[in-house]
Design a protein around this ligand. Structure first.
Ligand SMILES: CC(C)(COP(=O)(O)OP(=O)(O)OC[C@H]1O[C@@H](n2cnc3c(N)ncnc32)[C@H](O)[C@@H]1OP(=O)(O)O)[C@@H](O)C(=O)NCCC(=O)NCCS
Length: 159
């Protein structure tokens, strides 16, 4: 990881706050993931439950609209997935979930949040840029469609 962005506060939340999601929510998370991603990239109920059981993992849910899953390990955090159902898009849900995930990571002691996004994913790249993420690296031909993954990162307040 080379250049890290300067510290910036989490973006303002524009929706009612997401709630924490647990293992019992994994079917709802899987249903949202299936709406948000193409068939080859969908994460099932069992996979999501296993991810949630990893140390430091958490999920935040806006019921029937979207969720974010992330993980904190020592002073680094990582967005594992972010999914908003198509009918709920461009209403601030994704930004609200991202802000909540950043806030949770900061509270858990993380100093930097990382994520990977396809270079071809213009919507997600715009969302992350608006939230203060900048480029930290690139993984060539990382995705099944041959697109590169951009590694983005953002310093968290208080670090
Ligand atoms: C990317 C995604 C999470 C965005 O969710 P969302 O709820 O629509 O995002 P928001 O409404 O909070 O958008 C916040 C900002 O992001 C940017 N943005 C979001 N979608 C955009 C799009 N389609 N085109 C351009 N900019 C976009 C805009 O700057 C937007 O602010 P604005 O609406 O005031 O212009 C959603 O499109 C999604 O689930 N996509 C499929 C799954 C995915 O790609 N997840 C990320 C994987 S890394």
């Amino acid at each position: 990881m080379s250049s890290l962005p300067r510290c910036a506060c989490p973006v303002p939340e524009r929706e009612a706050g997401p709630r924490s999601a647990g293992a019992a929510d994994s079917p709802a998370l899987a249903a949202l993931h299936a709406q948000a991603f193409p068939p080859g990239e969908r994460w099932g109920d069992d996979a999501l439950r296993l991810l949630l059981e990893m140390p430091g993992a958490y999920a935040l849910l806006v019921p029937e609209k979207g969720f974010v899953m992330a993980r904190v390990a020592a002073d680094e955090a990582e967005i594992l997935t972010l999914a908003v159902a198509p009918p709920a898009r461009r209403q601030g849900v994704g930004g609200t979930l991202l802000a909540a995930a950043l806030g949770r990571a900061l509270a858990a002691g993380a100093a930097t949040m990382f994520l990977e996004v396809s270079e071809a994913n213009t919507a997600a790249r715009a969302l992350y840029a608006a939230a203060g993420f900048t480029g930290s690296g690139r993984r060539r031909r990382y995705y099944a469609d041959g697109s590169d993954a951009l590694v983005l990162s953002r310093r968290l307040c208080g670090s």
